[in-house]
Structure formats: structure tokens, C-alpha cells
Design a protein around this ligand. Structure first.
Ligand code: ADP
Ligand code: MG
Length: 388
């Protein structure tokens, strides 16, 4: 049975009536880490793990939401004015509903059943998937078809303001704009992208270290502050700059002595990483996967040594990957201090890669890693797409 028929049945038995179904994918970032909030470039791809939302109309102006993963129901009254976050999973869908209403999309009451294949908290952005699938479901249910870019921004704002996580736009953007077999080179300032074919001979293998260090969120905020400090100081000499995106490698060297050593290292990562994304895009355009892989290895070293957001488990995972057959490139992906690595692997060796990595990592750490073999997938929409 397709997920659609099972989710439809579950919806019927919980809420009654015939729902419409929407889905939105998780994502992995191939290269371009800690660049989004510096208004630079990133290269995510949507992956074949979807969050599904079945939606049906209600007579009142309430939302009744059930999450299969959390086995829990939440509800919200769309007519009551101020609403506080509950600090639970329901802040994601309810935050999205509030943002849609604030943007002028008046919503009808609805029942929602949520079911997700995106591993939660593994760095594959189950959060953007639930936001985007919910936004599409609620908007369409109420007869609205907002622009995709507006939806991405609304979902980001829901996560920033209602959930309280200071995330960039990458996750929501790629969940909406993802294309089968393609990565997106995302310009985080212009909010535009170029799609780049990932040849069928290559798999995206995501390997979860199964650790998440406490440091993650405080250090993330500190890195953002380091970058802001670098821009503030450099602006005294380069008045035209607005973000590290605007600084060249030469300019950074020229004014190195004017900024702190830490700010210099952070800036050096960001400036180098933006250049690596651009070069990786060129490599993909000319079908040079080996060159792409080299940029990934450099990206990892830069995140480890300059940006200092890696950890022993991520470094081990990358070292082990480099010892396997058929690997083009490997690096940490996501914010760091745990989470996952992304590996570009020759499709013929992907199965073997997964098996050997799991064994070696377990032998070294005692942890059993989750490893997913993926391909770039289509972005969010109704399911099946002939429905609309
Ligand atoms: P990631 O996005 O890397 O998976 P986050 O911490 O950003 O991790 O988001 C995970 C949170 O998103 C979950 O703790 C939960 O609150 C919410 N969420 C994701 N998927 C679901 C789901 N299927 N049902 C309910 N809440 C979900
Ligand atoms: Mg998230």
C-alpha cells in the first residue's frame, strides 16, 4: 500500500471524512555549512524521506492535530487572539498556522493527521518537513495558494518566533523547491537557486553519529556572534560590506591584523566555504564528481580547524569514510557537535559502504550508527500530484 492509502485510512478512523494529503521532504546539505546566516551559498538536496499531512475540513475555527510519531493530539482555536508556545512538538504546526493568518491567509478549521518518515532530530530537518507539509495543507484547505518563497519564509518565521529556534532559510527553501535528481545551489541572500544534476551513478549516504553534544546551540549562537564581530570590524575598512558574503579572501588577509584571531578563523572558513560551493557547482556542471569530493574534504577540515564545530565522532566518521571503496567525498553536515556526515559514494559501492561503515564505527565507539542511502528527491506538494 502507498503511504497515501494508509494515511487516508488512519485519518478516516480518527476524524472521519476524506482528507487531502500533502507531503514535504527532509534534506541534506552537500556543501556550504554555516554560510546561510552569512548571506552566502549552500548546496542542499531534498531527500526521499517525507512528512505526510492529511487534512480535512471542520465546521468550527479549530485545529485538531494528531502526530503519529508522538502518538499525541493537540488543538488550537484560530479565533482566540494571543497564543503562547507550549514548548512541545505542536508548536511547529500551530506556529505555521499563526504565521499564515498573520500574513493575511485566513484559515478554516481543520483536522490534521501527521505522519513522518524523516528521522527526528537526526539533522535531516524533520522540522522543516512538518512545517512545510502543514503550511501547504492548511493553505490549500482554506483556498489559498501562496507563493512558494512566501511559504518558505513563513515557515522559517514560525520556527524562529514561535518555536524559538534561530534557523536560516535553507531547510524550508529546499523542502519546497527540491527537485528529483538535483541539488540546489542556494544563494541565501538573493533567495534564488540553480539546480544541479547529481548523476545516477552517485548516492548520497547520510551517516548519523548518534551523538548530539550539549554545546550545539550555545556554540551555534557564539559562531553567529563571531561572524557579526568580524563584519563590524572589517566594515571600518571596507564600508561597502554587509555580511561575510561580501568579503574576498584577499581583503580578509589584508585586514587580518585588525580583527581578533578567532574572528579571523571564523571568517576564513566562511569566505573559503562560499568559494567551495561555487567551485562544487562548477564541478557538477562539468560532471567532475572527484573535484566535488575534494571540496567536501576541504569543507570538513575547515569546519574542524577554523570554525571548530566538529567533534571526535564526526571526525572519526569522515576518516572511516575515506578508507572505503567508491567514496568521492565525506564531511560533517549540519550545525556540528554531533549529528550526521554526508558522503558522496559511487552507487555500485553504496551497500558495501553502509555495511563497512556501520561495523567500523561501532567497533570504535560502541555506537550503532543509522546510515541512509539517498537520492535527491522532489520537493513538497499534494499527493498524488494529480490531486490538484
Ligand atoms: P531535525 O529538524 O534535525 O529533525 P529539530 O529539533 O529541528 O530536528 O526538529 C525536531 C522536532 O520537530 C521534533 O522534536 C518535533 O517537535 C517536531 N517534529 C518533527 N517531526 C514531527 C512529527 N512527525 N510529529 C510531530 N512533531 C514533529
Ligand atoms: Mg530542524
Amino acid at each position: 500500500m502507498t503511504p497515501r492509502s494508509t494515511i487516508v485510512e488512519r485519518f478516516r478512523s480518527r476524524f472521519g471524512g476524506d482528507p487531502r494529503v500533502y507531503r514535504a521532504p527532509g534534506r541534506v546539505n552537500l556543501i556550504g555549512e554555516h554560510t546561510d546566516y552569512n548571506e552566502g551559498f549552500a548546496m542542499p538536496a531534498a531527500i526521499e524521506f517525507y512528512c505526510w499531512v492529511a487534512v480535512g475540513a471542520r465546521e468550527d475555527r479549530r485545529l485538531h492535530i494528531y502526530s503519529e510519531e508522538f502518538s499525541a493530539e493537540a488543538d488550537a482555536d484560530l479565533s482566540s487572539a494571543a497564543r503562547q508556545p507550549s514548548k512541545t512538538w505542536s508548536d511547529y504546526p500551530i506556529g505555521v498556522a499563526l504565521q499564515l493568518e498573520q500574513a493575511g491567509f485566513r484559515l478554516r478549521g481543520a483536522n490534521l493527521l501527521i505522519e513522518s518518515e524523516v528521522p527526528i532530530g537526526a539533522g535531516l530537518s524533520s522540522s522543516a518537513a512538518i512545517e512545510v507539509a502543514t503550511a501547504l495543507a492548511l493553505a490549500d484547505q482554506s483556498g489559498w495558494t501562496p507563493e512558494r518563497l512566501q511559504l518558505a519564509l513563513l515557515c522559517q518565521r514560525a520556527e524562529n518566533e514561535f518555536v524559538g529556534a534561530r534557523v536560516g532559510i535553507m531547510d524550508q527553501f529546499v523542502s519546497l523547491y527540491g527537485e528529483k535528481d538535483h541539488a540546489l545551489m542556494l544563494d541565501c541572500r538573493a533567495l534564488s537557486f540553480a539546480s544541479l544534476l547529481i548523476p545516477n551513478s552517485v548516492k548520497l549516504v547520510i551517516s548519523n553519529t548518534m551523538v548530539k553534544h550539549e554545546l550545539a546551540s550555545s556554540e551555534y549562537n557564539r559562531r553567529r556572534a563571531d561572524c557579526e564581530e568580524a563584519v563590524r570590524r572589517l566594515r571600518e575598512f571596507l564600508p561597502g560590506i554587509r555580511a561575510l558574503r561580501d568579503v574576498s579572501a584577499e581583503q580578509l588577509e589584508q585586514y587580518r591584523s585588525k580583527i581578533s584571531e578567532v574572528a579571523y578563523k571564523r571568517a576564513l572558513h566562511v569566505v573559503g566555504e562560499n568559494a567551495r560551493v561555487l567551485d562544487s557547482a562548477e564541478a557538477l556542471r562539468s560532471g567532475d564528481i572527484a573535484r566535488f569530493g575534494m571540496r567536501m574534504a576541504e569543507s570538513h577540515r575547515s569546519l574542524r580547524d577554523l570554525y571548530e564545530v566538529s567533534c571526535p565522532e564526526l571526525d572519526l566518521m569522515v576518516d572511516l569514510a575515506h578508507q572505503q571503496k567508491g567514496v568521492y567525498g565525506a564531511r560533517m553536515t549540519g550545525g556540528g557537535f554531533g549529528g550526521a556526515t554526508i558522503n558522496l559514494v559511487d552507487a555500485r559501492y553504496a551497500g558495501e559502504f553502509k555495511e563497512k561503515m556501520a561495523k567500523s564505527y561501532q567497533r570504535e565507539t560502541g555506537l550503532v550508527p543509522q546510515i541512509y542511502i539517498c537520492r535527491p528527491a522532489e520537493g513538497a506538494g499534494p499527493f498524488p500530484s494529480s490531486d490538484l
